[in-house]
Design a protein around this ligand. Structure first.
Ligand code: NDP
Ligand code: MG
Length: 390
């Protein structure tokens, strides 16, 4: 029996993880499940999986969670500290699927226990990649990618010497506005941005796919996880979302990872690694699919990609600034305060302001410094938003 924690259990990745674990309950001892607002789902899954503890990130929802768990043995808890405490419990495998920078501290705490951390929370690597990798190494923990592109690269590298890698290609569907005239993008609505052509995901990452901020984050994630340089990493628009990534080697060979757009593949790979086990995902009928298409991404349509390149060049804590500015701009778009294309403008403003001021971006990468930079970047983004409103 493997002891497992699932952070962000009520989200899209969390629910897919629970789907896999529920198929073989005898194999898993579920310790903690965490969520935030979706108390009904959190309580139902915690009871069904007989978790030791269910935690909501939101303190004021503790009474609701207690009520929903009545009659079961599951302990109810609330708040970021309770999530942090759960992350210090010794488990074999942890799913990190909280959305946003809030996933960083629990992920680091889990790595310090020395087990396996299956990482969906890409923000951890964008904000503090070096710290994540150093912590894993120091505690002999295993950090496995769950983002589909990174899982694909990881799988293409099995048995290969990383020194023979020439380039890494991560694919992008192009999101909701792939084929829109560029001049219409400023008018894109929240509803339009919240629907993805191929993947069924949480709302924030779906909007980030439309703006390509998701791919921008993944560029940084690729650099941090695989130690590749910006020049070695390419983004390729691939509308069918069947090839998730390709790795090019010094002999010119390209190894592509092909599969249906179903997160249960990448999650299952990280769950069973180093073994491969049967997974309930569709098998592709390539003769029926008949053709796959590709095109180069346009940086005018998607300025987030250019910004990510700048962040990769700057390094240090620029990723934490980028992520915090992006999260704040995304909140403002969801709240109807700014238009779709203004998200990238705000992020660029914040990067320019904080790079010019230096100090923050050059600080040593510790959890405290990342939290401080995150805080300052959110304040700077809020000022940039106010400037636009006023
Ligand atoms: P969702 O929005 O569907 O779920 C997010 C989860 O985090 C929910 O459990 C939510 O709780 C919880 N949560 C929200 N805010 C907080 C907070 N402040 N503190 C603690 N928990 C919180 O997101 P996804 O599942 O789509 O994505 C999760 C992560 O995985 C993201 O980093 C995303 O970029 C990454 N990812 C997702 C993919 C996907 O297919 N969805 C693919 C690749 C990566 P509640 O819902 O109860 O409010
Ligand atoms: Mg991805």
């Amino acid at each position: 029996m493997r002891r497992v924690n699932i952070f962000g259990a009520t989200g899209s990745v969390g629910q897919n993880t629970i789907d896999l674990i529920s198929r073989a309950p005898e194999d898993y001892d579920v310790v903690a499940l965490t969520g935030a607002s979706n108390i009904r789902q959190l309580a139902a899954d915690a009871k069904h999986l007989r978790a030791d503890v269910a935690i909501t990130a939101l303190d004021h929802l503790l009474p609701d969670l207690r009520e929903a768990l009545q009659g079961s043995d599951v302990v109810a808890a609330a708040g970021a500290n309770a999530i942090q405490e759960a992350a210090t419990r010794p488990v074999d495998w942890t799913m990190s699927a909280i959305v946003g920078a809030a996933g960083l501290a629990p992920g680091l705490a889990a790595l310090q226990q020395g087990g396996t951390l299956a990482l969906a929370n890409k923000e951890s690597l964008v904000c503090a990649g070096a710290l994540m990798l150093e912590t894993a190494k120091a505690h002999q923990a295993r950090l496995l990618p769950v983002d589909s592109e990174h899982s694909a690269v990881f799988q293409a590298l099995v048995g290969e010497d990383i020194a023979t890698v020439e380039r890494i290609i991560i694919t992008a569907s192009g999101g909701a506005f792939r084929d829109w005239p560029i001049e219409d993008l400023p008018m894109a609505t929240l509803d339009q941005a919240s629907s993805h052509p191929n993947w069924d995901m949480g709302q924030r990452i779906t909007i980030d796919s439309a703006s390509m901020f998701n791919k921008a984050m993944e560029l940084i994630e690729t650099k941090e996880y695989f130690g590749a340089s910006s020049e070695q990493i390419e983004v390729l628009i691939h509308p069918e979302s069947l090839i998730h990534a390709m790795v090019g080697f010094t002999d010119g060979a390209l190894m592509a990872h092909v599969g249906p757009p179903d997160m249960r593949h990448a999650i299952g790979y990280a769950l069973h690694w180093p073994e491969r086990r049967h997974l309930p995902v569709d098998r592709l009928d390539l003769a029926r699919i008949a053709q796959l298409s590709f095109r180069a991404p346009c940086e005018t349509r998607w300025p987030a990609l250019r910004l990510a390149r700048e962040v990769m060049e700057t390094g240090k804590l620029a990723g934490a600034v980028f992520n915090a500015a992006k999260e704040t701009a995304l909140d403002a778009f969801i709240a109807g305060q700014i238009g779709f294309t203004q998200m990238a403008e705000v992020v660029e403003d914040v990067l320019d302001t904080m790079t010019a001021a230096s100090g923050h971006i050059d600080a040593t990468m510790t959890l405290d410094n990342v939290a401080e930079v995150d805080h300052v970047a959110r304040q700077t983004a809020t000022r940039a938003l106010q400037k636009r409103a006023g």
